[in-house]
Design a protein around this ligand. Structure first.
Ligand code: KE4
Length: 422
């Protein structure tokens, strides 16, 4: 029995499912999780010291690679000054300044401790600012485990929502209106019928939670026009895409400025950080200067701010276009290898993210993503992991490349896929 197996056996007695976040349990691929003891550059290591090439990268934060020396050194230095003050500190001002300077739609920002806290707070702010209660989201988009966003398509009109999980009251998701991702027509139909009651549209500007599904041309621009027309706010959930798609996020990459932006992952450099920000006239409605209440004991934690700040400072020196080029080369080669095995393969690739779907038809929304053959994905996952490649254990997540991966890592990955017997 491996150390991971022993630890997982113990963990399942102490922690629900043995994990502190469900996807890590590897349930959807029918395997047990590896416990990770150490990570460096593009690699993670098991307690026995086995090395794996990592394409989970902590679900997105580690775009620089693990244990980047400048981030580590900044953290080590800050650690000697203390861990938490519960008071304003200089790193949080510096990180706020970097975010405001980087993102076109952000003039002011509030730090929180997770992406979920960011979207939850942004939703409350949008409702408080507009005085409206309804919110539009898109099926297949994940905005954290906020009650209002844990909605599934109900019966009847596509927009009726029902709770997607026990514990969420029906009346909470009754205010949540659903449309298919990339369907501007459905969004327009919702607004035509209920536009005056809608506080905001929440959207992943490039969806990363049904596997990667980029926006079709005109989708984001159409949402911008639609929300302006009805006085609703456009909220970009850039928890994944923020500082990932470009240093200016998806809003800079596509040239569509939202009213509010939700952030997480990369802005913490691997430490627990989320943030929400936007136009000053909206953000000034947040307590204590405004009346929309939101708070957090560890928000702006000096160590977390230091890690995020160091990460962004290094990212300013990095070549996003080159990483995008290298990612596309890797992903296209993976697709060709799989096609040469006679498999139906669709590739969605954007920036340093990609997802391979085992299906004949293009994947443009959640319904088409769900048509991907999950048995083939499980064999793909098991084949990769058996050869020390570490992809996300779900077809509805993204593979993340990083500035630490090198040609030898991509070649090792391609060789591993060539060896898989489906
Ligand atoms: P967190 O609360 O997990 O920090 O962020 C929630 C969130 C919000 N918005 C988007 C677009 C997100 O992708 C996420 C979280 N992403 C998942 C994986 N896609 C985190 C991994 C997990 O749940 O364990």
């Amino acid at each position: 029995m491996s150390i991971s197996q022993k630890l997982f056996h113990q963990a399942r007695e102490l922690i629900p499912g043995g994990v502190n976040s469900p996807v890590r349990a590897c349930g959807s691929v029918g395997m047990e999780p590896l416990f990770i003891s150490r990570a460096d550059g593009p690699y993670v290591y098991t307690p026995e010291g086995e090395e794996f090439i990592d394409y989970v990268m902590s679900w997105g934060p580690m775009i620089l690679g693990h244990n980047h020396p400048r981030v580590r050194d900044a953290l080590e230095k800050a650690l000697h000054n203390g861990i938490s003050f519960g008071a304003p500190c200089e790193p949080e001002v510096e990180l706020a300044r970097e975010i405001v300077q980087a993102l076109p739609g952000v003039d002011m920002v509030r730090m929180v401790n997770s992406g979920t806290e960011a979207t939850m707070s942004a939703l409350r702010l949008a409702r408080g600012y507009t005085g409206r209660d309804k919110v539009v989201k898109f099926t297949g988009c994940y905005h954290g485990h906020v009650d209002a966003f844990l909605a599934s398509a109900g019966s009847g009109a596509a927009t009726l929502s029902i709770p997607g999980t026990p514990g969420v009251p029906g009346e909470v998701v009754a205010q949540t209106l659903l449309a298919d991702y990339n369907s501007l027509e459905q969004a327009k139909d919702i607004f035509a019928r209920q536009g005056k009651e809608i506080a905001a549209v929440f959207v992943e500007p490039a969806a990363g939670n049904m596997g990667l599904v980029p926006p079709v041309p005109g989708f984001l621009e159409g949402l911008r026009t639609l929300t302006d027309e009805y006085g609703a706010l456009l909220v970009f959930d850039e928890v994944i895409t923020g500082f990932r798609l470009s240093y200016a996020g998806a809003q800079g990459y596509y040239g569509v400025p939202p009213d509010l932006t939700c952030l997480g992952k990369i802005i913490g450099g691997g430490m627990p950080v989320g943030a929400y920000g936007g136009k000053k006239e909206i953000m000034r409605r947040v307590a204590p200067v405004g009346e929309v209440y939101q708070a957090g004991t560890l928000s702006g934690n000096p160590l977390a701010m230091t890690a995020g700040l160091a990460t962004l400072q290094v990212l300013q020196e990095m070549d996003y276009a080159l990483l995008e080029k290298k990612t596309r080369e890797l992903a296209e080669s993976l697709k060709e290898i799989l096609k040469s095995k006679g498999l139906p393969v669709q590739l969605n690739c954007l920036g340093s993210m990609f997802t391979l779907f085992f299906t004949q038809e293009p994947v443009k929304d959640f319904a088409s993503a769900k048509k991907s053959d999950q048995n083939l994905f499980c064999r793909f996952y098991a084949g990769l992991r058996g050869q020390h490649i570490y992809p996300a254990p779900s077809n509805f997540e993204c593979a993340f490349n990083s500035f630490a991966h090198q040609e030898k890592d991509w070649e090792r990955t391609l060789d591993a896929v060539r060896q898989i017997r489906f």
